[in-house]
Design a protein around this ligand. Structure first.
Ligand SMILES: O=C(O)COP(=O)(O)O
Ligand SMILES: [Mg+2]
Length: 225
């Protein structure tokens, strides 16, 4: 893969990119399901449902057992339960991926400004970033409910470009899912893909991006300002 030239800022995804949060999802979802007298789901099942925000996740989790009408009927109560359980354990069953701090530090050393754009609700994202000592790297942080649209819509990427007063061609988005690359491409930003996260059960090689990088530190080494 060639170096990406003229990059002044990086937009970093959270779940599956900086933090392996699948353990938190597993505990919170199965605690909610227990309240509804539903059997626990396997981690592999939940992993393929993560990435398109909480509403989408809870609808998929309920659809394992309920008809479309019953999903909507139970949705609000299930979402309340899930949020309560998630906030109670946020970060406790999650760990940083290798070279996350080193990668973010290397990007800052190269003079890049950093933003975090996640589909995770902002009320989950901020405490997690704080707990994992990641929050201070970022000048701006947007959750899935911070703006009118979430990834794969380009709006969050365009908002960061505007915040930083940069052209999209000066910005790279780095993430683990097709959502990240689709949003980046639609905004006119560069896109890099990490292979270790959650991509809706599809191979990362299917993602239309500017390359696959093993870690955030490898990503930093590809970026030339
Ligand atoms: O919570 C999600 O749906 C995924 O979050 P992400 O955008 O940080 O991968
Ligand atoms: Mg992700």
């Amino acid at each position: 893969m060639t170096q990406l030239q003229g990059i002044k800022a990086a937009i970093i995804d959270l779940d599956g990119t900086m933090v392996d949060t699948i353990g938190d999802f597993l505990v919170a979802i199965n605690a909610m399901r227990a309240e509804f007298a539903l059997a626990p789901l396997a981690q592999a099942t939940i992993q393929n449902m993560v990435g398109k925000g909480s509403e989408n996740l809870i609808r998929q989790v309920l659809a394992c057992d309920f008809s479309a009408t019953d999903v909507e009927q139970h949705f609000d109560a299930a979402m309340d339960s899930y949020q309560r359980h998630y906030l109670a354990i946020n970060g406790q069953f999650s760990q940083l991926y290798p070279d996350v701090h080193a990668g973010l530090q290397a990007m800052q050393t190269r003079g890049l400004r950093l933003a975090c754009v996640t589909n995770k609700p902002i009320a989950f994202a901020l405490p997690l970033l704080k707990q994992k000592q990641l929050i201070d790297y970022f000048d701006v942080i947007y959750g899935g409910d911070s703006l009118a649209h979430k990834k794969p819509h380009p709006a969050p990427m365009l908002k960061v470009c505007d915040d930083f007063q940069l052209a999209p061609t000066q910005v790279v988005a780095i993430g683990d899912s097709s959502n990240d690359a689709i949003a980046a491409r639609a905004a006119g930003c560069w896109a890099l893909t990490l292979p270790y996260g959650y991509n809706h059960g599809e191979a990362v090689q299917q993602i239309d991006s500017d390359g696959i990088v093993e870690t955030l530190l490898c990503a930093a080494q590809k970026l030339n300002s």
